[in-house]
Design a protein around this ligand. Structure first.
Ligand SMILES: [Fe+2]
Ligand SMILES: [Fe+2]
Length: 441
């Protein structure tokens, strides 16, 4: 018998017993990871359904923060042997989040309340449970993360509250609470209250589909803000690149352009729900992409009023959402990254050079970060488009697929584009001509 043989008493105990403390905590981290990733997949369906831009921006920010939580949980989880290498979400968690998405006819604020008054508080309770049951010294790395996430969740609740103050969501909240009680909370940490036999899962009766158009609430809408006609739209294509155009006019036009990236916010949001089997890193990068677009839109939304523009005179363009939502998700993503974003750099470069004449440090800064973000978005496109194509069984080479998709977009634009009439008369709305006046030209 060799001296290196371990104690026979301990070697007869199953390895799972020896590592029970770690395995228990890894199991909880795994549950938290799945909840955060599924929250991201589903909360994004609210973005194009709520009308208030500020609420869209906030949802994008929370979606991005959830993606961050999920990634840190996965990184920490993978340090623990039993976390598992797959990124799949178990059916019981997925089912409840899919239910929370609701239907196209439900009030989006009621649905938002379902997420924020039921599902998110349950996540906060799950994080608190984790802190309570883990060893603060042995599991210090997880503890620090979870403490941070608790502070984030508490802040999310405060940030969303003003938007939900007038919404009565008691019935819908009860519906979701019953399903959650059946699980005993996200980590099964509470006593289970089994579902009544009469409980009806709504999404099995009426599966969710994206609405044909996006919601812009009280704001006026139109098909497009780009044209060659200064009496019709605020952005006059030829003026953007004409060296004779006053730089102050270009600044106003580019802020309208940035604000209209709200269309990217709305159509990019649709892709998460449609790709339940995507690798988590794809959703993570798409969440970053989404949050970037929401900040670009805010650049315009916050700067235009400072330059004398009444936002109620700025029509929101709906064409891109209306056309893209008719196409499958990988085609939406291809148009976004390979056509709209990749194609925007030359004009934006000219615009940036002109704006620098104004010595407007803030405008220069916003545009520089916009450009940097857009470069990342095109990189995301190169990284993830082939993976997304594979999810939908698309086997053509990427270049060929992108070309075909560009053609398809043109055909779809002829059918689904240009269907949103101007909500305002030319006298009421912001146009190129009005921008000349505002700029003092
Ligand atoms: Fe952007
Ligand atoms: Fe972008």
């Amino acid at each position: 018998m060799s001296a290196t043989v371990s104690n026979p008493a301990s070697s007869t105990r199953p390895a799972s017993g020896r590592m029970a403390a770690v395995n228990d905590m890894a199991r909880l981290l795994r549950g938290l990871f799945e909840v955060e990733r599924e929250f991201l997949r589903t909360v994004t369906t609210l973005i194009y359904r709520v009308g208030e831009p500020e609420l869209k921006y906030l949802l994008c920010q929370h979606a991005w923060e959830s993606a961050g939580h999920a990634r840190f949980l996965r990184e920490r989880g993978r340090e623990l042997s039993s976390f598992g290498s797959s990124e799949n979400v178990r059916d019981s968690i997925r089912k409840l989040f899919t239910e929370a998405v609701g239907t196209t006819t439900q009030d989006p604020l009621v649905l938002t309340a379902g997420f924020y008054n039921v599902l998110k508080p349950a996540l906060l309770s799950a994080y608190r449970h984790y802190l309570k049951v883990t060893d603060p010294l042995a599991d210090w790395p997880s503890k620090k993360l979870v403490e941070e996430f608790i502070a984030d969740e508490e802040r999310h609740a405060r940030e969303i509250a003003p938007y939900l103050a007038a919404t009565d969501a008691r019935e819908w909240s009860l519906h979701l609470t019953q399903a959650l009680d059946d699980l005993g909370g996200w980590l099964a940490q509470e006593t289970r209250l089994p579902l009544a036999a009469s409980y009806v899962w709504q999404h099995t009766q009426t599966p969710f589909t994206h609405p044909a158009t996006c919601n812009r609430g009280k704001y006026p809408t139109c098909s497009s803000v780009f044209s060659q006609n200064p009496a019709e739209t605020p952005i006059v294509r030829s003026w953007l690149v004409d060296p004779q155009t006053d730089a102050r006019v270009i600044r106003l036009m580019v802020y309208v352009w940035l604000m209209m990236e709200l269309d990217a916010v709305d159509y990019l949001s649709t892709i998460f729900f449609d790709t339940p089997h995507a690798p988590f890193d794809l959703h993570h990068d798409m969440a970053r992409h989404l949050w970037d677009e929401s900040r670009h839109s805010q650049f315009g939304y916050r700067q235009l009023p400072k330059l004398g523009v009444d936002l109620m005179t700025v029509e929101h363009s709906l064409d891109l959402y209306n056309i893209l939502v008719q196409m499958p998700p990988h085609e939406r993503y291809a148009m976004m990254t390979m056509e709209f974003e990749a194609g925007s750099f030359p004009t934006k470069a000219l615009v940036m050079d002109r704006i620098r004449e104004l010595n407007d440090f803030e405008a220069d800064t916003l545009l520089a970060f916009d450009r940097n973000d857009e470069q990342n978005h095109v990189r995301y496109g190169h990284r993830w488009l082939p993976e997304m194509m594979a999810l939908f069984g698309e086997t053509r080479p990427t270049d060929e697929f992108v070309k075909a998709t560009q053609e398809k977009f043109k055909a779809f634009a002829a059918i689904y584009g240009n269907q949103t009439p101007h909500a305002l008369t030319p006298a009421q709305r912001l146009t190129g001509e009005k921008i000349l006046k505002l700029a003092g030209v």
